[in-house]
Design a protein around this ligand. Structure first.
Ligand SMILES: [Zn+2]
Length: 270
């Protein structure tokens, strides 16, 4: 009896510790940050993992996508949790269409902005959010204005060079000089999993230089190239280098098909 108590007591507390560890790991939002952006005062940003939300399987749990079959009320709660982590007054998102249109955000429209894949703003207190599952979120920051931008760039966005267009809109709207800007590419489809069997039909000739092995393309390198072409300095570009298909902390369309959308956020704090 004595022996049982001796052994079961610490086992009990060990189990409690494990439970606390698991629940804390699942209750908190755990975004991925870029060091270069974290050092900027007054800037909020993060690429959110799939943990910390309220959506059930297969959108478990921090799904921010409204068009993937999840309950809109649960998506709203997930988005509020993300907004609150930055104390933004609003989190503005787009109803993305894999196009190349850029919206200049001056106020909270109250709904997802239709038909655009990039958002730019110089309004403090408003967070800009891109939703993706394998596509890239490309974050842009001009500390001199200051102003922020974020683009949704899947392979169609890469072909349309939405990155270059978003940098150009920040120049036209805010007078941003690309040479002074910071850029970052979120966790997304890596060269390890970037297989495009129809690439001769889908990808232009210019993409062939980024074919790393038969039918596999490095879209991180394509984005780096496009950022540099847009005038952003190489040393000011950060690539997360995390593949969402390989890393199960993130939603992945290629891995799961029916799944949620990761949130990537940037904004000027109020
Ligand atoms: Zn991979």
């Amino acid at each position: 009896m004595e022996g049982k108590t001796f052994w079961s007591f610490p086992l009990f507390w060990f189990k409690v510790l494990i439970m606390v560890f698991i629940s804390s790991a699942h209750s908190g939002l755990a975004p991925f940050f870029f060091d270069a952006f974290s050092q900027e005062e007054g800037l909020g940003h993060g690429i959110f993992h799939r943990l910390g939300g309220v959506s059930p399987v297969p959108w478990d749990s921090l799904n921010v996508g409204l068009a993937v079959g999840d309950d809109a009320n649960l998506v709203a709660e997930n988005r509020q949790r993300i907004r609150r982590t930055f104390s933004f007054s609003a989190l503005v998102a787009a109803h993305q269409v894999h196009g190349d249109q850029v919206a200049v955000v001056k106020e909270d429209p109250g709904v997802d902005i239709n038909g655009v894949d990039a958002l730019v703003s110089e309004v403090r207190g408003i967070g800009l959010m891109i939703q993706q599952a394998d596509c890239q979120a490309v974050l842009l920051y001009d500390p001199s204005r200051p102003a922020v931008g974020i683009a949704h760039s899947g392979w169609r966005g890469s072909v349309a060079n939405i990155i270059g267009k978003t940098v150009a809109v920040m120049g036209a709207e805010f007078g941003s000089d690309p040479a002074g800007m910071l850029a970052a590419v979120s966790p997304s489809l890596g060269p390890c999993c970037g297989e495009f069997v129809n690439h001769r039909k889908e990808l232009p000739e210019a993409c062939q230089a980024f074919q790393v092995r038969p039918n596999h393309f490095d879209f991180w390198a394509i984005s780096r190239y496009q950022l540099e072409e847009a005038g952003i300095l190489a040393e000011r570009i950060s690539i997360a280098g995390l593949c969402t298909v390989c890393d199960s902390r993130f939603f992945s369309y290629r891995r799961e098909k029916n799944t949620g959308r990761n949130a990537s956020v940037i904004g000027l704090r109020a």
